[in-house]
Ligand binder design. Sequence first.
Ligand code: FPP
Length: 239
Amino acid sequence: MSNEKKPLNHLAIIMDGNGRWAKKRHKPRFMGHKEGMNNIRRIALAANDLGIKVLTLYAFSTENWGRPTDEVNYLMKLPINFFDKFMPELMEKNVRVNIMGYADELPEKTSQITQKAMADTANNTGMILNFAFNYGSRREMISGVKKIAQQVKTGKLSLDEINENLFAKELMTAKLAPYEDPDLLIRTSGEERISNFLLWQIAYTEFSFTKKLWPDFNEEDLKKLIEEYQTRDRRFGKV
Ligand code: FPP
């Protein structure tokens, strides 16, 4: 499919519905997360084939610590399993891994594995597979505000110098430049909310909500939503 009609450089996905997927099959919730993890491979490869430059996946929010301990522990192991299983394929496809979130709060092994995945793929020049893991957008913005305030306090920066570009540079997405902001945000499972994800970055993003549960969301579903996105008229506030 042509990606030339309307650029889709940065695609973001809120992968929702793993628990319901498992429940429907009378399986424990972790089975849904396992299947959800396998689906990341499928959708990442499809996104790469479609010429997408950045795929951002909401894998664990700062609010997800409130889930039962067993589930949190399982979710923390997923990056370990994911990179164990799929790293050779990511290398083969020239995919660069980025993880954005509060890494120092993760269990040691999880943190190590994610740092290693980033280091191992740092020289890859293809699609960026960007995981939001222990990420929360309000907290990200507050951190950015504090860094700017500190510079003002020490006289390195004047109030007049604070603008949108300067603020965006303090966000975790600054590393994704020039594709910091998603063009399209998809949420699976029928829920229609943003859940503290990229609140600044989605100012002009197109939204797409699908009823499909994340483990069931496949390449064809992705292509259909992208085709639909390409029929949209993005005006960025202009006429
Ligand atoms: C939402 O479904 C899903 C999550 C909170 C976890 C998503 C994580 C993955 C798909 C795997 C992450 C893998 C890596 C490599 C980081 P839910 O549990 O809220 O589903 P429900 O709303 O149906 O209960």
